[in-house]
Design a protein around this ligand. Structure first.
Ligand code: HEC
Length: 334
């Protein structure tokens, strides 16, 4: 992860003018633009997070020594980042080409169509005492393959936990990524499992927790205790406003049109700039309250170039704190 100065694009009108005059690309602006304008992004540090193609590398895969040489030490307490920080690009290249070791993790090679193994996501975060903001920037790749999700040119997602979900602390997004989820190696036909947490299952094997659901009452009880991962997502089209959705993952992925999360996006010169935000205290049971003095676990994912499901680029596990402390990202008050 590198820190570098960022471009100040806190003046969308000026950039919009440039877009119109060059007429090379379409620009999309969300209507509810007010919140992010409160942040002076030019004064906020930017860090580059390398997102990579994970293929079918599930949580169960990463726990199995015969599949993954890091499994034993992961089980003993090393997090993914401990071994893999700095290797994300190599891992992604191997998997997207589906060659050599990569072939075991990705039966569908997409490198030839132009899908990159990894993409750089420039991340800024700040709060204004009222809302937490992420500003996320990345380049669209020159990809001419299948449009898996024709409705969305891209999607960008932030996943967040407050330490309740242990697997998310250890492995970020992998805490919810199982071998029997849709499109994964042990996907049982017809079950259409989305992401879920082990806590919602009575047991699990190398192929995941399947449909071994705990009784509803127990799942409700877990939900009440904050045993879920929260996520915020912006769905992006080149020529219309961003659409925000929010959701949580427990026994499955629950999604709704955003009530607390807002998204703004701009597409210019082949690059996306997206601001996602939500109130620090969103309440409603489906959100984690955000406050200084605590560490949160966060992960990022981009479904670039109309991709769907596992064909996204994902980050390893990061941490976030408000105002100060020891974390990968510090959201300071602006
Ligand atoms: C103790 C170190 C260690 C930990 C912790 C660890 N890994 Fe690995 N991982 C490895 C090694 C070693 C390889 C094999 C690379 C090789 O053979 O050169 C590997 C391979 C991989 C690969 C395949 C790419 C390749 O080069 O073969 C992926 C994907 C991966 N790990 C993901 C994860 C994830 C996700 C986690 C956390 C859940 C994790 N790893 C935790 C050591 C580790």
């Amino acid at each position: 992860m590198t820190t570098r100065p960022n471009n100040d694009s806190s003046r969308p009108r000026a950039r919009c003018g440039k877009l119109v005059s060059t007429a090379i690309v379409a620009a999309g602006f969300a209507l509810a633009a007010a919140p992010a304008m409160a942040v002076n992004w030019g004064a906020v540090d930017s860090k580059t997070v390398v997102l990579f193609s994970p293929g079918q590398a599930s949580f169960e895969w990463s726990m199995t020594q015969t599949d993954h040489s890091g499994a034993q030490r992961f089980r003993e307490g090393r997090n993914c980042m401990y071994c893999h920080d700095g290797e994300q690009r190599d891992i992604g290249d191997l998997i997207v080409a589906a060659e050599g070791r990569g072939a075991q993790l990705e039966p569908k090679p997409m490198a030839a169509a132009g899908k990159p193994g990894a993409i750089d996501l420039d991340v800024q975060t700040a709060h204004d005492g009222d809302r937490l903001y992420f500003r996320l920037q990345w380049r669209e790749a020159a990809y001419d393959g299948e449009k898996m999700d024709p409705d969305n040119a891209a999607r960008v997602t932030v996943m967040l936990d407050d330490g309740t979900v242990r697997e998310a602390t250890r492995a970020g997004c992998w805490g919810a990524c199982h071998d029997d989820a849709m499109g994964m190696a042990s996907d049982p036909s017809g079950a259409d499992l989305t992401k879920y947490l082990f806590a919602s299952r009575t047991g699990a094997t190398r192929s995941g927790g399947g449909e071994n659901y705990k009784p509803d009452a127990e799942i409700q009880d877990l939900f009440g205790k904050g045993m879920f991962l929260e996520y915020w997502q912006a769905r992006l089209q080149h020529d219309s406003a961003a659409q925000a959705v929010e959701g949580y993952i427990l026994e499955k992925r629950h999604e709704r049109e955003a009530q607390n999360v807002s998204a703004e996006a701009e597409y210019a010169d082949g690059a996306w700039t997206v601001v996602l935000s939500r109130p620090l205290k969103a309440g409603g049971g489906q959100h984690k309250d955000l406050e200084p003095g605590k560490n949160y676990n966060i992960g990022f994912a981009v479904h670039n170039n109309f991709t769907d499901h596992r064909f996204h680029h994902v980050s390893l596990e990061y941490t976030l704190a408000l105002d100060g402390g020891e974390a990968s990202f510090i959201a300071r008050r602006q």
